[in-house]
Design a protein around this ligand. Structure first.
Ligand code: ASP
Length: 416
């Protein structure tokens, strides 16, 4: 019998997860079937995410070291990170602009009063995070003892250390060849583990989607429907129209070809709501399905997973305008510009884990004097919004790697 491909298995798993989720939601949380089903789903999904997390740090470390070290010439290395950064920042600018424009036109939250949410806000302990605190914290998190960063799973600090080590390997040249070979072989082994973990993906994704749907609070979704619609609509517009258009214009790749190559990563991002947990899958898709050279993908994708978050930036901006409407505060152009900037910073600083955007949003709200407690209002709908914004975040990283590869090739072609 012909084996069903992994992609088809993942698709079937997703469909089954959605159907079972609706069934359990209909049965209600008290029913034995739903309770037992949810228990099993929790076990399976935790196992899947734990396995992805297990390989995450060694993968980020080796792929960046190898990626940077193989971009042998300084000029080539400079170009890769410059193009990657320009791409990341400009796509984030587009997404925030899109979000702000839609929020200004449609004014979500205008029809609601903040007093309606008093109860939710009272039980919420806001983490105060001013712009200066945020900066200090961000800077501090960049440079850490690498052993501690590796052990604690601090992705950003690992990225920075690996970058520096990669650069040192380039500068050191032939003399450190053995270390480079060691890293390369280690990376190959980790990628082999990722391949094994992916066999569990159909079950992991099924379990995640099942829980997402079965435990959704539809009542609150109803109250915040306009806000949810604006966020989802603009995020989808960015992910389905704008990003693929940029990809097509810059590389000539059609959206269909891209989505077929990227679907494993996009579905995993949707189900896990974590760019970091998805990273092993994203790298695999970039290299194996989209044919991005390992040296480019190994550098651009982990960097993107930690700093390039179009969906998160858009969400933070729309949420700030929503809260402003709730409290009846008209934001001036200058205040909107501040929202624009802080939303981007908050997205860059947010780690790629579920609901990270909610935490860094405190800074955006505070920067224009909005009540930070209002985050409590958004909490119940965050889980559902996080799915789409994480998917778009990961999509942006994959497109970034394709764009960087194309531009490098255009200029002089990779050595390898
Ligand atoms: N969950 C998102 C991610 O991992 C971050 C966020 O909360 O916006 O990309």
């Amino acid at each position: 019998m012909k084996r069903i491909s992994l992609n088809t298995q993942i698709l079937l798993g997703s469909l089954l997860g959605i159907l079972l989720g609706f069934w359990f939601a209909l049965l209600g949380q008290e029913s034995d079937i739903a309770q037992n089903g949810l228990y099993v789903a929790k076990l399976v999904s935790t196992l899947f995410i734990d396995l992805l997390r297990m390989v995450l740090i060694p993968l980020v470390f080796t792929s960046i070291v190898v990626g940077v070290a193989n971009l042998r010439s300084h000029r080539q290395m400079n170009r890769v990170w410059q193009i990657a950064l320009v791409f990341f920042v400009s796509t984030m600018v587009c997404s925030v602009m899109l979000g702000l424009t839609a929020a200004n036109l449609l004014q979500p939250g205008n029809e609601l009063q903040i007093t309606m949410f008093q109860d939710a806000m009272q039980g919420f302990k806001a983490t105060q995070m001013s712009l200066s605190d945020f900066f200090a914290h961000f800077l501090h998190s960049l440079f850490q003892n690498p052993i501690a960063a590796l052990a604690q799973g601090n992705v950003l600090a690992v990225v920075i250390f690996a970058l520096l080590l990669g650069i040192a390997l380039v500068v050191g040249g032939e003399r450190y060849r053995n270390i480079l070979i060691l890293m390369q072989e280690f990376l190959e082994l980790i990628l082999m583990l990722v391949g094994w973990i992916m066999r569990l993906a159909p079950f992991g994704i099924m379990a995640l989607l099942l829980q997402l749907i079965a435990t959704q609070d539809t009542h609150l979704l109803g109250t915040l429907i306009k806000f949810v619609a604006v966020v989802l609509g603009t995020t989808l517009l960015h992910g389905v129209v704008l990003l693929p258009l940029i990809l097509y214009l810059l590389t000539g790749m059609t959206p269909l070809k891209f989505w077929l190559g990227a679907r494993e990563a996009l579905i995993t991002a949707f189900a896990t709501s974590s760019s970091a947990a998805t990273l092993p899958v994203t790298l695999r898709c970039a290299e194996q399905h989209l044919h991005v050279k390992r040296d480019v993908a190994g550098f651009v994708i982990p960097l993107g997973a930690t700093m390039n978050m179009d969906g998160t930036a858009l969400y933070e901006a729309v949420a700030a305008l929503f809260v402003a409407n709730l409290v009846g505060m008209e934001l001036s152009l200058l205040q909107q510009a501040i929202v624009f900037l802080t939303a981007m910073l908050a997205a860059i600083g947010a780690p790629g884990i579920p609901s990270a955007g909610m935490v860094t949003m405190a800074m955006v709200l505070q920067s224009v004097g909005l009540p930070v407690e209002a985050i409590a209002i958004l909490m119940p709908v965050d889980r559902i919004l996080d799915t789409i914004r994480t998917t778009v975040n990961v999509e942006g990283d994959l497109i970034g790697s394709l764009v960087v590869q194309k531009w490098i090739k255009k200029q002089d072609g990779l050595n390898k």
